[in-house]
Design a protein around this ligand. Structure first.
Ligand SMILES: Cc1cc2nc3c(=O)[nH]c(=O)nc-3n(C[C@H](O)[C@H](O)[C@H](O)COP(=O)(O)OP(=O)(O)OC[C@H]3O[C@@H](n4cnc5c(N)ncnc54)[C@H](O)[C@@H]3O)c2cc1C
Length: 379
């Protein structure tokens, strides 16, 4: 242990939304937590996301997870003492063919059973919600007004403040290089500076780097990172409210922030595996074409920033949040492009898994030893 340091109950590796939310909930439950971050909070995917928050998923596990996250986003302003710009403008998924519309329809009974306000829309209904939309080729869509957005940097800042206020620590620029395992039990970690920190439990919340951190404890996880890019425009007059999701092969998703900026991205096809954060000219041109095709008025918009980041992927499109075969070593990884919205609920539930050894509900969707062949339909 680094000299003079009081032992910690838990070490969290990674100060992205997942590590910070977990550290915050563990701290609130009386744990003394040390968060070790190789760069700074938000340096990974969490500072590179576009802030979308939705409950429209195709599985009970993810819907219930998001219902809990939304309850927490609703309370954040009060808890953190400042606004995280949480705003419910809705999510609108577009269907440009009948199969896609049928896929949306097939999920609705489950979504409604779990209490979501989700609506199947005709093209006219859609135009009533997004009047400037180019509806060429559109079949219909599905919409939930309760979905929305928040500002990632403010959410991260809120968690950092809360963790420190409650007596836990965040150490920046401290890469973890080894996990200390003795007789099948995690005992702590070693850092690049040569310090060893001891704790009863270690949580891998290393985002795109999760596979290499798991390997430090000789834990294998089915996981890969892939690159996604995003852009943001100057502030514009209000054009539309919801996040617009176009599922075509050359589709994209974008929303207008509360301050008028339009922010969005698309899923590259083919995917670009690996940890890259390049910002390509191809994306800039293609994203501009795709957004203007949907909202022609955006031809006037000016892009002010464009960046790359990672999605942390698993074979079935759902996270892996669980204990591992190494006692005291836990993983909360593979958020598959939804880690910002999943974060608050994951933080609460990982604290339950680590402290009580119980799951909040049927957790089969997120377990480490599950069958990975089922696919999340609303990726
Ligand atoms: C362009 C883009 C748009 C997105 N849009 C959305 C969206 O609208 N809504 C949504 O919910 N999600 C979105 N996401 C996904 C979301 O950003 C991620 O799923 C989420 O941020 C993952 O959080 P995390 O805490 O697991 O990982 P990260 O934020 O990457 O945090 C992991 C941290 O671990 C640190 N770390 C790694 N290795 C070590 C080590 N050895 N020692 C110490 N520290 C280490 C890293 O530096 C990093 O800070 C988007 C992602 C991208 C790239």
């Amino acid at each position: 242990m680094a000299s003079g340091v009081k032992p910690f109950d838990t070490i969290v590796i990674g100060a992205g939304i997942i590590g910070l939310a977990a550290a915050c909930h563990l701290t609130r439950r009386g744990q003394r937590v040390l968060v070790l971050e190789k760069d700074f909070p938000g340096a990974g995917s969490s500072g590179r996301c576009i802030g979308g928050i939705r409950q429209q998923f195709s599985t009970e596990g993810s819907i219930r997870l998001m219902q809990e996250s939304v309850r927490q986003f609703e309370r954040m302003e009060e808890e953190f003492g400042f606004s995280v710009e949480y705003h419910t403008g809705g999510y609108l998924f577009l269907a440009h063919d009948r199969q896609r519309l049928e896929a949306f329809r097939s999920i609705m009974p489950l979504q409604k059973k779990l209490g979501l306000d989700v609506r199947l829309l005709s093209v006219d209904d859609i135009l009533a919600i997004v009047p400037p939309l180019n509806a060429e080729g559109l079949f219909g869509g599905v919409y939930s007004p309760a979905d929305g957005q928040a500002y990632p940097f403010k959410v991260l800042d809120g968690y950092c403040g809360e963790i420190r206020r409650q007596g836990s620590e965040i150490k920046m620029f401290t890469p973890v290089t080894a996990i200390v395992v003795e007789r099948g039990k995690a005992r702590g970690v070693r850092t690049a500076a040569g310090d060893t920190y001891e704790a009863e439990a270690v949580l891998n919340a290393a985002g795109p780097w999760a596979k290499e951190v798991a390997a430090m404890a000789e834990v294998e996880i089915p996981f890969y990172a892939e690159e996604h890019e995003a852009l943001i425009t100057t502030r514009l007059n209000r054009l539309f409210e919801p996040m617009i999701v176009d599922y075509r092969v050359d589709g994209c998703y974008f929303q207008q922030r509360a301050n008028g900026q339009v922010i969005g991205c698309y899923t590259p096809n083919p995917n670009k595996p690996g940890i890259h954060t390049d910002a390509s000219m191809e994306f800039l041109l293609e994203m501009s074409r795709r957004t203007v095709r949907l909202i022609p008025a955006l031809a006037q918009a000016r892009v002010i920033r464009h960046w790359g980041g990672c999605y942390e992927m698993t074979p079935d499109g759902s996270p892996i949040v669980d204990a591992t075969a190494i006692k005291g070593f836990y993983v909360a990884i593979g958020m598959c492009g939804h880690g910002f919205m999943f974060g608050p609920a994951m933080g609460k539930f990982i604290a339950q898994i680590m402290l009580e050894g119980t799951y909040p509900y049927d957790w089969s969707e997120f377990k480490i030893g599950r069958d990975f062949s089922r696919l999340e339909l609303m990726k």
